[in-house]
Design a protein around this ligand. Structure first.
Ligand SMILES: [Zn+2]
Length: 411
């Protein structure tokens, strides 16, 4: 029903990518940096030019509203993030933000009148770069991160409160939370960040579930010593215990026999880290994901058991800390059907799929019926300067988003 102005959208994506702390084509935009604030100012101007009413909360989540004819009803929301990890690309998050804005503009050009208000949300700090936790804005908004825990967050030099107040976002963090039912639906458009859509020649991915992520930090304290002087039977090598735990992590993930279970040991830090010194301390960080919560938690338990067994066998102290363990999101079947219908009407090919990366939608699903629309990106590449989605793919995603928002806002 609506026509997308892909030239304007492409040029806006380009302009936003130039508001960056990295040399093009790389994009670095850390939350609350001077660059992030410049990008926010530019984006808010674009929203105002589109006739949207702006609101910001205490953590910097930004809401741009197109008021519907029945403005008392809970609005329909769409959105994503504009922060970017160091040396990232131009499409992660931004396609959902600027694409959401273009979907609204296209519906306005088509003289569509929404019954429910339609709101574009730009979430603060989807990336964990600054404060060590991903989806900070949507977690606070959905109430899955306690405001007191939020107050303890900090970067190397300052607290979250100091950073947000320095960026002009004041007021208690507790005020960020929205009640369940605040939105009638939430829809996030995003690049796939994986290779399946491109490989299989599909225009659109319709996400049915978002995998549940969990992160463990494992700290092993053994006994250090001279690599020549301490004989093998006398050793309590912290790294060798870590190596066994890493292999046990792989075995735990594989033990489910399900491809949706994945576990990764992506951090291994040795102390003192010298070639002639037995490691006395090792820190591991382990990421475990699954779309089934019971299965995911079973894997976490197996890893924790392996930590205790290995610690006892090797005479080292092993401490396990759960940094986060979020439930999976199951997308709303009625919205999934609406997206499917929009693809069919537009003659687009589609595949139903699982999001193995997590997004703000994971947390929004706690307070609103939620779904996601994926578009292919070249080679499945993301979080790199060569991240790329062709304009035709973006236009198709925005068309499906606009069609679905129109249906949801009329309900
Ligand atoms: Zn993203």
């Amino acid at each position: 029903m609506s026509d997308i102005d892909i030239d304007t959208l492409t040029s806006e994506l380009h302009t936003l990518s130039t508001i960056s702390d990295a040399v093009a084509p790389a994009v670095t935009r850390i939350v609350f940096s001077e660059t992030d604030l410049r990008a926010r100012t530019w984006l808010k101007q674009r929203c105002e030019q589109a006739g949207l009413a702006l609101r910001e909360d205490a953590c910097g989540n930004t809401f741009a509203r197109w008021t519907g004819s029945d403005s008392d009803l809970p609005p329909v929301a769409t959105g994503s993030h504009i922060d970017a990890i160091p040396n990232a690309g131009a499409y992660d998050g931004t396609v959902g933000v600027l694409g959401g804005l273009e979907a609204i503009r296209a519906l306005r050009r088509a003289q569509f009148t929404p019954r429910r208000s339609v709101e574009l949300i730009i979430f603060t700090a989807e990336e964990p770069t600054r404060f060590g936790i991903g989806c900070l804005g949507s977690r606070l908004l959905a109430g899955t991160l306690d405001p007191s825990a939020g107050q303890r967050l900090r970067d190397a030099d300052a607290t979250l409160d100091q950073r947000r107040e320095g960026a002009g976002f004041t007021g208690p963090l507790a005020g960020v939370r929205l009640p369940a039912g605040a939105y009638s639906a939430f829809l996030e458009l995003h690049i796939e960040q994986g290779p399946l859509l491109e490989r299989n020649g599909h225009d659109i991915g319709i996400v049915e579930a978002i995998a549940a992520p969990a992160t463990l930090r494992v700290v092993i304290n053994g006994v250090g010593g001279h690599a020549g002087a301490v004989l093998m039977p006398d050793r309590h090598d912290a790294f060798l215990a870590a190596a066994e735990i890493a292999l046990a992590t792989e075995a735990a993930a594989k033990s489910t026999g399900i491809v949706d279970t994945v576990a990764t040991c992506g951090v291994c830090e040795l102390f003192p880290g010298a070639v002639n010194s037995i490691p006395s301390r090792t820190r591991l960080e382990i990421d475990v994901r699954d779309i089934d919560l019971t299965r995911r938690d079973h894997v976490l338990t197996r890893i924790a058991d392996a930590c205790q067994t290995t610690g006892a066998q090797r005479g080292v102290d092993v401490q396990v800390e759960r940094l986060n363990a979020d439930p999976p999101a199951h997308c709303d079947p009625a919205i999934v059907d609406l997206i499917t219908d929009a693809c069919r009407r537009r003659g687009l090919s589609y595949a139903r799929m699982i999001s193995r990366a997590y997004h703000d939608a994971l947390f929004m699903s706690q307070i609103a019926p939620t779904a996601m629309i994926f578009i292919p990106c070249r080679g499945g590449v993301s979080h790199r300067p060569d991240e790329y989605a062709p304009p035709t793919a973006i236009a198709r995603g925005v068309e499906v988003l606009a069609d679905t928002l129109a249906r949801l806002s009329a309900q």
